[in-house]
Design a protein. Structure first.
Length: 596
């Protein structure tokens, strides 16, 4: 959805025609999934699908099941699943050597095009997802969503779009000749954003050296920046090339926190960036050594632009600094729902009132979920638009498949956990995201949703997921060093880049004699117990945790303050392990007496 389009208001109930349309779509999709994936190892072997197999009969007899029968049988027989149900099959592909016969048709037909490393998991253990190539006829919604998100040059002129093409590994698939095996394919192990970019543009890893020498159409940034691993350097290079181009109209940063870091780094490194633009010399920064020559080849001196920027200056105290930097800037795209909403006010200060700010869309490593529904008026309103099948688990009911609702059965105002059945071979998989139903699209009946959060309460500074229990365990692990912690909460500390987990603690007595070691020990503990924290920490996306000591009695006063400002009873007031409420954070920070 773009700025030039207007959208009708969601409708509160579905008319019979749209109900039937949604039912038919679900039935047709399930018939396709069963007939397509019936020959896979998972379908044939998994205990999870034993009742489905029994109901359908022998696999060979369910190649082209009746659509309505498929839907009814699926609803009646398939239970909920989690990643652990699929981990053994994914592990087969991760094992080396990858014999073609052993890794073909694991979850879906053929071998995967990518293996995605999840950017976050609530369990802390790494999750990998096999992603297969599907016919365009079954991918229309995803293609439409990606085009709206990626093809920024369609409606806007010059743009700075931040994406990555990095991969962690190239997984070789070899033939079955034990004596003289030959490679038959390579599968990149990467993040979902990298796979999406490569798929949409047809960019193969064997062409990476050529890609580094060019820019995408109408982009300010050379594609070589997409191969920089260090987060700070990655953003600074985008900033350098974006600042040099006065005609920039759109910035696409994916997440609001990334856009905020982008602007703050421009402010922090202002003199270096302006001098580089004047001289036409790309700074040599850590992490960009492998692409510096490609960046320099695409960067020329621009003393006129440097002089203009010096006139603008980097006084960010008054609103609209981004508009002064780029007079033609019209749009910023960055997801601002859920935990990312906390920086919206800061971004509005930078953009002022004349620049439109909208979310990018709702996706996960498992599947594309929803597109932005009303970009001009609501940052947290999405339309379900997946090519896969979503069902909805009422969060107020027991967590069983018997309480799942279909798209035509959900109720406005209720919260549901999303449950996903995919073309990539997942069946009633719980992705853990909670959404509120805001209505239905009057055109095709799809639910209109608001993102509410995760089933498990998590913290996220970059792309990682850390649970409240993991944070509690971390504090216990350093108590011998930090001192006797009576109560604590954790906020996002964004005083510097990269942002960090900010522990606000109340101590019984003074800090321990080696308390200064506690921040690094917290960092080591989280890196050792949470793979996603380790991944983003090692790449500069998450900083070392900070620890600030609160005045004695702070949390007692907090409970009194909450009671006095709400209708809650005293017994219902708890100190949350994770605090994201700006008002509460502000209240706590004024009571800091010491930083470790």
């Amino acid at each position: 959805m773009t700025l030039s389009q207007t959208v009708p208001a969601p409708i509160p109930t579905l008319p019979p025609k749209l109900v039937e349309q949604l039912k038919q779509r679900a039935a047709d999709l399930l018939a396709y999934l069963i007939s397509t994936n019936a020959g896979t190892a998972y379908f044939r072997e998994a205990p999870l699908l034993s009742d489905l197999r029994a109901a359908l009969g022998h696999v060979d007899e369910c190649r082209s099941p009746d659509a309505n029968d498929s839907l009814n049988t699926f609803i009646a027989t398939v239970p909920l699943s989690t990643y652990e149900d699929y981990r053994p099959y994914v592990a087969r592909f991760l094992e080396s050597p990858r014999r073609l016969s052993a890794v073909s048709n694991l979850l879906a037909p053929g071998i995967p095009s990518f293996v995605l490393s999840s950017s976050g998991t609530t369990s802390g253990a790494a999750k990998y997802f096999l992603k297969y190539r599907h016919p365009p006829s079954t991918s229309s919604s995803s293609i439409h969503a990606f085009r709206a998100f990626f093809d920024a040059s369609t409606e806007y002129g010059r743009h700075c779009t931040m994406f990555n093409l990095r991969y962690q590994d190239l997984l070789e698939v070899v033939d079955d000749d034990d004596a003289n095996s030959q490679m038959v394919d390579t599968v990149p192990l990467c993040l979902g954003s990298s796979a999406a970019w490569r798929t949409f543009h047809g960019w193969k890893v064997e062409n990476d050296s050529a890609l580094m020498t060019i820019k995408a159409p109408n982009s300010t940034s050379p594609i070589a920046i997409a191969f920089i691993n260090a987060h700070r350097t990655y953003l600074l290079m985008h900033a350098l090339f974006a600042l040099e181009d006065r005609s920039l109209e759109m910035i696409n940063a994916l997440f609001s926190t990334i856009f905020l870091d982008f602007l703050r780094l421009i402010d922090e490194h202002w003199d270096m960036l302006i001098q580089a633009i004047e001289d036409g010399v790309v700074p040599e920064l850590d992490g960009a050594e492998n692409v510096h020559q490609y960046l320099q080849a695409q960067f020329k001196p621009n003393p006129t632009r440097a002089a203009e920027l010096r006139t603008v200056g980097n006084d960010t105290t008054s609103p609209g600094w981004a508009q002064r930097l780029w007079p033609d800037l019209r749009l910023v795209i960055a997801n601002a729902s859920g935990m990312f909403s906390r920086v919206t006010q800061q971004i509005r200060h930078y953009t002022g009132d004349s620049i439109c700010f909208q979310s990018a869309g709702f996706g996960s490593s498992e599947a594309w979920v929803a597109e932005v529904y009303d970009p001009q008026r609501d940052l947290n309103l999405y339309k379900m638009s997946s090519d896969d099948l979503f069902e909805y688990l009422d969060v107020s009911l027991p967590e069983t498949a018997a309480h799942l609702k279909r798209a035509w059965e959900v109720e406005i105002g209720k919260d549901y956990e999303l449950v996903l059945t995919t073309r990539d071979g997942f069946w009633r998989y719980r992705i853990g995201d909670i959404v509120e139903i805001a209505g239905f699209d009057p055109v095709d009946g799809q639910p209109i949703i608001r993102y509410s959060g995760r089933r498990k309460f998590i913290m996220r500074a970059a792309g990682e997921f850390v649970t409240d229990k993991e944070l509690l365990d971390a504090v216990h692990a350093v108590s011998d060093t930090l001192g006797n912690v009576t109560e604590f909460t954790v906020i996002i500390d964004d005083r510097r880049i990269p942002r960090a987990y900010g522990f606000l603690v109340e101590l019984n007595g003074s800090p321990g004699p080696k308390a200064k070691d506690a921040p690094s020990r917290l960092n080591d503990f989280l890196r050792s117990t949470n793979d996603t924290f380790a991944y983003f920490s090692s790449r500069g996306g998450v900083g070392t945790p900070t620890i600030r000591v609160l005045a004695p009695g702070t949390f007692r006063s907090y409970r009194e303050w909450r009671i006095n400002n709400s209708a809650l009873g005293g017994g219902q007031i708890k100190v949350p392990t994770i605090t994201v409420d700006d008002q509460v954070v502000e209240w706590l920070l004024v009571r800091v007496v010491e930083e470790i």
